[in-house]
Design a protein. Structure first.
Length: 84
């Protein structure tokens, strides 16, 4: 159970930490994406009809990364000395 108040999460330091969490999560995600990018082999696969379109992956992964960063930030802000 979180013991933080909304005003504690809106301080400049807390918002700077949130920006740092988002930056780190996006940087790691981009590094993984670049190192494991699918090539022509993926484009040439015979995919099922329920396969989502390629343009959908960017917004979905970006949303997931932001949510992962927020969860990590909130956990860090709640108990900085603990092992969440």
């Amino acid at each position: 159970m979180s013991t933080l108040t909304v005003s504690e999460l809106k301080t400049p330091r807390a918002l700077l930490l949130l920006a740092a969490f988002i930056l780190v999560v996006f940087a790691v995600g981009a590094l993984i994406g670049v190192s494991t990018a699918p090539g022509e082999w993926y484009a040439s696969l015979n995919k099922p009809p329920f396969n989502p379109p390629n343009w959908l992956f960017g917004p979905v992964w970006s949303t997931l990364y932001v949510l992962i960063a927020i969860a990590g930030w909130r956990t860090f802000m709640d108990d900085r000395a603990g092992w969440a």
